[in-house]
Ligand binder design. Structure first.
Ligand SMILES: [Fe+2]
Length: 301
């Protein structure tokens, strides 16, 4: 963390200078997450600032950048500084495939709030793109419109969850691989079935249930709503075990709730967190709009 200024040091004021500035990192209350200030993310990020942000992400798992105002192109440019930006398999309500800067919202095609948004799978615990053979490293959400009350996002620390598993369960799941798929996601989240085109694009993949975070070296309980069964185990038995592990990992002591403010950009580490949207707001009355980008990760091991 030597590149990161500690809380209390003055940071470059936002909106000044030709580069984004250098981050000041202040841990949030609770057991994980940090606020990152001193940056204007619409401007180019130099290598030292990027490295400091990555170090902070590995240490704190969730980074909250307040008071940003990025266009989609600017969000893309910022995201790209950390790796390859990924598209998404899902089509929008209009049937058009999502671009690399994807809009997460509860709006219908006419732009009105609705109780039945296209992306209701977000309400279930998951890690982004675990149904890819190479799942995502991090996700970035930039809050454009937030309801006056509610609409929060929850994060479960699956590294802490692994640490607290009883040894007998650690022994039982060591070496097991869970099958993840877009088809399972659609089924498990009560959505429309995956289309043949989507299934062809994203066939099932398997990942170790206990993965190792490539930067921190910590072991992680890598489960979530994208799973269907466990390789080499009867389907029903595997599903039951996966749901028990999901229940364990999402106990309140592992969960942090983020209450959004407009203008925030939140970046989180999918290699050690699950997340879900709570949907705890009047969805047919208020708009909730966030712009999402996702950074491609590495093969879990
Ligand atoms: Fe997600």
């Amino acid at each position: 963390m030597e590149n990161v200024e500690t809380a209390g040091h003055s940071a470059a004021p936002q909106g000044m200078g030709r580069t984004a500035g250098f981050p000041t990192v202040q841990p949030l209350q609770g057991f994980m997450g940090a606020a990152v200030t001193g940056l204007d993310l619409s401007k180019p990020l130099d290598d030292s600032a990027r490295d400091a942000i990555m170090n902070a992400l590995v240490e704190h798992h969730i980074l909250v950048f307040p008071n940003q105002n990025l266009t989609k192109d600017e969000q893309y440019a910022y995201t790209e500084r950390f790796g390859e930006v990924e598209g998404h398999v899902v089509r929008g309500l209009d049937g058009v495939k999502s671009p690399q800067v994807h809009m997460v919202s509860n709006l219908d095609l006419d732009g009105n709030p609705t109780k039945t948004p296209a992306t209701s799978g977000n309400f279930f615990w998951h890690t982004d793109k675990s149904y890819h053979d190479i799942p995502s490293l991090a996700t970035l959400l930039h809050a454009k419109q937030i309801p006056p009350k509610g609409g929060s996002t929850q994060f479960a620390n699956i590294a802490n969850a692994y640490d607290e598993l009883p040894d007998v369960m650690k022994d039982r799941i060591q070496g097991l691989r869970a099958v993840h798929s877009w088809e399972a996601n659609r089924d498990n989240t009560f959505n429309r079935p995956a289309t043949d085109e989507e299934k062809a694009e994203r066939p099932p993949v398997s990942h170790p249930i206990v993965r190792t975070h490539p930067d921190s070296g910590r072991k992680v309980l890598y489960v979530g709503i994208h799973t269907s069964h466990i390789e080499g185990m009867p389907v029903a038995e595997g599903r039951e075990l996966l749901y028990r592990l999901l229940d364990f990992a999402t106990q309140p002591r592992f969960v942090h709730t983020h209450h959004w403010r407009e203008g925030e950009l939140v970046m989180w580490d999918n290699r050690c967190l699950m997340h879900r949207a709570t949907g705890d707001f009047e969805m047919d009355k208020h708009a909730r709009v966030l712009h999402r980008t996702v950074i491609r990760g590495t093969v879990p091991y």
